[in-house]
Design a protein around this ligand. Structure first.
Ligand SMILES: Cc1cc2nc3c(=O)[nH]c(=O)nc-3n(C[C@H](O)[C@H](O)[C@H](O)COP(=O)(O)OP(=O)(O)OC[C@H]3O[C@@H](n4cnc5c(N)ncnc54)[C@H](O)[C@@H]3O)c2cc1C
Ligand code: SF4
Length: 488
């Protein structure tokens, strides 16, 4: 049996056995997911079933358990690759299925635990170990290629001055087919029947959901965007939604690409002289470092981690945010990012971390609710990727286990790294009044609210010194408290 995120060739190895694929509508009844995410999941499943031909048995049922009853095969005779969430792992074990170790990541969970031992989990240490043990961008003597592990300092360029886009070739999108048309008809019908409700809007499918499309997307990225990936990793341009990003998280998380083949393809481009080291190292760091780190920490941190709440953030997600109602928002950076998620179910890393995550952190949105929202609103969202990125990194809800300080930033950062502020009704350097930038004011109000918990963090010594010198501190705090959960 294959789950809907186990669809690449490396998940099915018994050449002759029947492969069970389950399409369950209850997933969409239980949660309000982005329309384009629902489309991708169903389209990927149906395409895989079509590719497998007679070997596939695609069962449509209300729930996974109903599907098993329909099939009639004793669960003990069904083998499954260990799934990607706690709930799914419990489900396969409770039924006594034969479970083989997880795939789609470069490292087994036990091997990670052996490496971790009793050390403090630090991404940089893990990343270097990954590079060394896999021999990626390494010299024969064990040194990193060019003598440097890290090009982060070179990879923080703001967008080119005055540019509306990075000027790169537009990403090559998949061509929709009859399977997509069928998925669209079904989703329209379910929504019209009132059976399910979706977030966001429908639109042409932008992300790969078959193995062939995934390979084409990888080739397209390496040929056209990888060379600029490193330098502009952190930059934001409102007219360029994809920037130089790979757009590979969807096929990677559907299990259509193996992370090592992504890395090997990028490294080969470096050796051919077609992509600079700073870009290729940047990508390797994301895929073999961050992605694998997120996966491993999901399991090693335990199921309760998502309920951590070190900053006692208890604000419920306001409806305008949860519903992606960008029209309710005047703050240009937040408005345009929410509109991007509404239209595509996707935003790039800095938009997720420094616009949406930063906003949720500043406003004290409940971490578990925020993580669930990211999982459902994003086409590449899964439980396993939320713990590190949302609860640990964006919201600092683990009290500093994953990030040494909260990723809170005011308008000055967004003004430096994006072109949003020029068209905004607010001014990034102004804190109070009509022009007061809600990110700048929100940043100071966040520090003020959490002073007791954060003042001892030596990485925040400077911001707290700044806060104590702020002449209009009381006015800023009063203004932001009056704003409450209103859209900025
Ligand atoms: C608040 C927040 C929420 C996020 N939610 C998700 C999510 O739901 N699903 C998801 O896959 N990623 C998530 N990320 C990580 C990252 O933002 C996305 O993987 C990336 O933006 C996807 O676009 P891309 O494929 O073009 O990535 P690129 O920028 O081209 O990066 C290449 C690949 O590296 C991997 N990667 C990079 N950074 C991370 C990371 N921090 N964690 C895990 N993998 C990473 C992804 O597989 C990605 O495809 C989140 C990050 C933050 C801060
Ligand atoms: S001025 Fe503030 S709200 Fe407006 S775009 Fe800049 S950072 Fe965002």
């Amino acid at each position: 049996m294959l789950f809907a995120d186990q669809l690449g060739p490396h998940f099915s190895d018994d050449a002759d056995g029947e492969i069970l694929l389950i399409e369950s509508r209850s997933v969409f009844r239980r949660r309000t997911v982005h329309r384009q995410k629902a489309h991708l999941l169903l389209s990927a499943l149906r395409h895989r079933a079509a590719e497998l031909g007679d070997r596939a048995r695609l069962v449509r049922a209300s729930t996974y358990s109903d599907a098993l009853t329909q099939v009639g095969t004793p669960p003990a005779d069904i083998s499954v690759v260990d799934p990607t969430s706690y709930a799914a792992r419990r489900w396969v074990r409770e039924r006594g299925m034969a479970v083989v170790p997880a795939r789609g990541f470069s490292l087994g969970e036990r091997d990670f635990q052996d490496w971790l031992g009793t050390r403090r989990p630090i991404l940089e240490d893990f990343y270097r170990w990954q590079r060394s043990r896999l021999g990626v961008l390494m010299e024969p003597d064990g040194a990193p290629v060019s003598g440097r592990w890290n090009f982060d300092a070179d990879n923080r360029l703001p967008p080119p001055k005055g540019a509306a886009t990075l000027g790169l070739v537009r990403p090559a999108y998949p061509v929709e087919d009859d399977i997509d048309a069928g998925v669209r008809r079904d989703l329209d019908r379910w929504a019209a029947d009132g059976d399910v409700a979706f977030l966001g809007v429908d639109g042409p499918r932008l992300f790969a959901c078959t193995r062939d499309e995934a390979l084409a997307a990888l080739t397209d990225f390496v040929a056209h965007r990888l060379p600029s990936f490193g330098p502009y990793e952190d930059a934001v341009l409102r007219g360029d939604w994809a920037m130089a990003h790979s757009l590979l998280s969807v096929p990677l998380n559907l299990g259509l690409l193996d992370p090592l083949e992504v890395v090997d393809t990028a490294v080969a481009a470096y050796h051919r002289g077609e992509a600079p080291l700073q870009s290729v190292e940047g990508l390797v760091r994301q895929v073999l470092g961050w992605r694998e780190w997120a996966w491993q920490l999901y399991w090693s941190s335990g199921e309760d981690y998502v309920h951590r709440n070190a900053l006692s953030a208890r604000t419920a997600l306001p409806q305008w945010f949860a519903d992606l109602d960008s029209d309710a928002v005047e703050a240009a950076c937040l408005r345009d990012t929410l509109a991007g998620v509404r239209d595509r179910g996707w935003a790039h890393h800095i938009e997720r971390l420094m616009v949406l995550g930063n906003w949720a952190l500043q406003r004290g949105y409940d971490p578990a609710q925020t993580a669930a929202w990211f999982r459902d609103a994003f086409v590449d969202g899964y439980d396993w990727v939320m713990v590190t990125n949302v609860v640990g990194m964006a919201l600092y809800a683990d009290g500093g286990q994953m990030a040494t300080k909260p990723y809170a930033a005011g308008g000055a950062y967004l003004n430096r790294m994006s072109n949003h502020c020029k068209g905004c009704r607010y001014t990034p350097s102004v804190r109070v009044g009509e022009q007061g930038c809600p990110f700048t004011a929100g940043y100071w109000a966040f520090l003020d609210r959490n002073e007791e918990k954060l003042r001892g963090n030596h990485r925040l010594a400077q911001p707290y010194a700044g806060l104590s010198r702020l002449a209009d501190r009381d006015a800023v705090v009063a203004q932001e408290s009056a704003r409450g959960s209103a859209a900025p």
